[in-house]
Design a protein around this ligand. Structure first.
Ligand SMILES: Cc1cc2nc3c(=O)[nH]c(=O)nc-3n(C[C@H](O)[C@H](O)[C@H](O)COP(=O)(O)OP(=O)(O)OC[C@H]3O[C@@H](n4cnc5c(N)ncnc54)[C@H](O)[C@@H]3O)c2cc1C
Length: 426
């Protein structure tokens, strides 16, 4: 990338901030435009699997995040009565995929990513609108982005504006957008002192619940249930959780006893079912949910956003930060690599949702019997669901950061803080 390449990132979520940090490492002058008044993320915790952690190695953040891993010992899949259907050990998972699975608060991740950017690089309270995608290779046709403070020009625009991406709609007006995935979710992060439990996900009939420890001592619990879009509890969402899960195995009742109604986040789930024609147009690249919103049943939406961002900035092995080719010239290659990968992961997440949110009496009973028998015959069954997902490695990166989880590019991460904020004016 030429030193003067100007990049604008629309959206300061996980995808946008990772892209900003990676592009900055490539030498770009990056500005992140975020419409929210602060970077405080909506949401509870997020799980990062070894694929995203290897991608974060490229920007020097992988080991910092790995250090936050709290899942140790045993865990697995249960029925609402508490019977184990399949067991998984943290050590076996780490061995199979080359590193731990890390569950951390979203605020922690956003904070670490933003910490890689110089002050002034992120402009909050700044809604942005793409007015022209520009033409790569034509210096007279930069991309143009409108903000309340005026229009900005850029050599590259990264649209990381989330599931309701206006940029996606502008680039591909014929695309139908997202569909309702058929279920709703609840999430809480709370202290749960004095309650011992194993990490678990529990599958009932059209309902699931998971409880997992965080490194900071708190507990992340989530639930999902088949429900029409827009449905909300007549009283409050804690009462709704009690009605649906109050008689499930420990630690579910203990979590519910500790939760206050205002702790509970509820979101309906939507995903992109019909793939976009491309993840780019002109000088604009779509990243994260804007490109491939998927159900959270594999915990991969954010992980794939991180993979996108790193692949966009470092598409080939051993790429030095001083690489001269403009990022915008490589966008067809970005689509060619990321579109099939993310849609395959998304389709898998949809299939998992059909299995773990199966309704009726017979289907779930057959599912549970088959899972228990299969996992007895092949104890690694639970982990196999992540084969081809968690074992992904980034295509390239500086200093031989080829995704071996070694934390090799730390030296480059240190370089992040050296450039002045003045460079971030596009
Ligand atoms: C219940 C649930 C659980 C999940 N669990 C996991 C998990 O464990 N692991 C995982 O990997 N994924 C998980 N996901 C998915 C994950 O949350 C998303 O895939 C991820 O947050 C997408 O990141 P993003 O940066 O693409 O979009 P977002 O995080 O949505 O960020 C988009 C940003 O763009 C901003 N924006 C939008 N429009 C504009 C505009 N016009 N101008 C300026 N800014 C704008 C928004 O304010 C927002 O900050 C889960 C999702 C749900 C619903």
């Amino acid at each position: 990338m030429a030193a003067a390449e100007r990049a604008i990132v629309i959206g300061g979520g996980i995808g946008g901030l990772t892209a900003a940090a990676a592009l900055r490492l490539r030498g770009a002058r990056v500005t992140v435009l975020e419409r929210a008044p602060s970077l405080e993320p909506v949401g509870a915790a997020i799980s990062l699997s070894p694929n995203a952690l290897r991608a974060l190695d490229v920007i020097g953040l992988g080991d910092d995040i790995r250090a936050l891993s709290a899942w140790q010992g045993d865990g697995g899949l249960r029925t609402p009565s508490g019977r184990w259907l399949a067991r998984a050990e943290a050590a076996a998972a780490a061995e199979r995929f080359g590193g731990p699975l890390v569950l951390l608060h979203r605020a922690t991740l956003v904070d670490r990513l933003a910490g890689l950017l110089p002050s002034g690089a992120v402009r909050t309270g700044t809604p942005a609108r793409l007015t022209d995608p520009g033409v790569p290779g034509d210096r007279r046709r930069p991309a143009r982005v409108e903000t309340p403070d005026g229009e900005l020009e850029a050599d590259l625009v990264v649209a990381a504006d989330g599931i309701r991406s206006a940029v996606r709609g502008a680039l591909f007006p014929g695309h139908p957008g997202t569909v309702h995935s058929g279920f709703t979710t609840w999430r809480v992060v709370i202290p749960l002192p004095g309650v011992a439990f194993c990490s678990h996900e529990t599958w009932g009939r059209g309902r699931i619940w998971g409880t997992h420890p965080l490194k900071d001592g708190r507990v992340y619990a989530y639930a999902a249930a088949v429900a029409p879009a827009g449905e909300r509890a007549p009283d409050d969402e804690r009462a709704e959780l009690l009605r649906r899960y109050g008689d499930w195995h420990s630690p579910v009742p203990e979590v519910l006893a500790a939760v206050r109604p205002e702790d509970v986040l509820r979101h309906d789930v939507h995903h992109i079912a019909e793939p976009l024609p491309a993840f780019h147009r002109g000088r604009v690249a779509l990243v994260g949910d804007a490109a491939h919103a998927m159900p959270p049943t594999l915990g991969q939406g954010g992980n794939q956003a991180v993979e996108d961002a790193i692949t966009l900035a470092f598409p080939r092995p051993g790429m030095p930060p001083s690489a001269v080719e403009p990022v915008a010239d490589g966008l067809p290659g970005y689509t060619a690599v990321r579109l099939p990968r993310t849609m395959a992961v998304s389709r898998r997440a949809v299939r998992v949702a059909r299995l773990n949110l199966m309704t009726g009496r017979v289907g779930p009973a057959v599912r549970d019997t088959a899972l228990a028998a299969l996992s007895k015959a092949a104890p690694s069954l639970f982990l196999r669901g992540f084969d081809g997902v968690a074992d992904w490695r980034p295509p390239g990166g500086p200093s031989g950061a080829d995704g071996d989880g070694s934390g090799a590019p730390r030296m480059l991460a240190a370089d992040h803080g050296r450039r002045g904020p003045e460079e971030n004016t596009p």
